[in-house]
Ligand binder design. Structure first.
Ligand SMILES: [Zn+2]
Length: 244
């Protein structure tokens, strides 16, 4: 069976990495997203762009960069999702305020939003309940084999699962689907510190395995808008570009 390849990106203010205040230039968004779009077009890769929206209007990617969102939705295979960074200690109501405003802002212009990723992968039981209330179908935040957000994600399933409302690291009855991030499998390390040849080797293993099985293999690769930008020069990172 074929291998299906899809990507998702957190499209966020560069201060999430570089420590600049909101409102400054964001080369990760301004230069990074057009670069990603051209690469996706060249290789016909569909992608989900999780757009950072905070209740604070000065921290809204869609308000600051409408042209970037227009460029994304112009391509028929791409999807807009929601990305929110919660402050530590946010309770249910604070989380709902952030999620509700983000969804409202995106859906007003870009249609139904069904996919979500929490900043720093920090989702929890409250988040899941709120996401369901607002019609989100997928949470792609949980990061297997980490303990992000005071949760132990070590024993979560390798594959997409419906979580338990009381403990989302366990399988349960929730309607939302968790699509976990797995940082390594079959030798593919999704980390720019690992040599590219290891990724190529892992990909070759996948290609040969895909010929033996009935089900398609789905590769889901996750990155950030600013990953291809060199923080010192605001230009493209050479090593990153060569990965494509
Ligand atoms: Zn983020």
């Amino acid at each position: 069976m074929p291998i299906w390849f899809t990507m998702d990106l957190d499209v966020e203010f560069d201060n999430e990495r570089f420590g600049k205040p909101y409102g400054d230039k964001n080369p990760g968004v301004e230069k990074g997203i057009p670069l990603f779009l051209s690469i996706f077009k060249k290789f016909q890769v569909p992608a989900t762009f999780h757009i950072q929206e905070q209740a604070d209007v000065s921290a809204s990617i869609s308000l600051k960069y409408p042209q970037i969102l227009e460029a994304i939705i112009k391509e028929p295979n791409h999807e807009i999702g929601l990305h929110i960074h919660f402050e530590r200690g946010y309770d249910f109501d604070s989380r709902e305020r952030e999620i509700a405003s983000g969804i409202r802002r995106l859906e007003e212009k870009y249609g139904k939003i069904v996919s979500f990723r929490a900043g720093k992968y920090f989702t929890n039981e409250d988040t899941i309940k709120i996401l369901e209330k607002y019609g989100i179908k997928y949470d792609v935040s949980p990061y297997k084999n980490t303990s992000i957000g005071n949760k132990r994600w070590y024993d979560i399933p390798d594959s997409p699962y419906h979580p338990n409302y009381k403990d989302i690291t366990k399988v349960g009855e929730a309607k939302i689907l968790i699509i976990p991030i797995i940082n390594k499998r079959l030798g593919i390390f999704v980390d720019n510190s690992i040599p590219l040849k290891l990724m190529k080797k892992g990909t070759n293993v996948l290609i040969s395995e895909s010929r033996k099985i009935e089900q398609p293999i789905i590769i889901f690769l996750s990155t950030h808008s600013w990953k291809c930008i060199d923080p010192k020069t605001d230009g493209f990172q050479r090593g990153y570009n060569s990965a494509f």
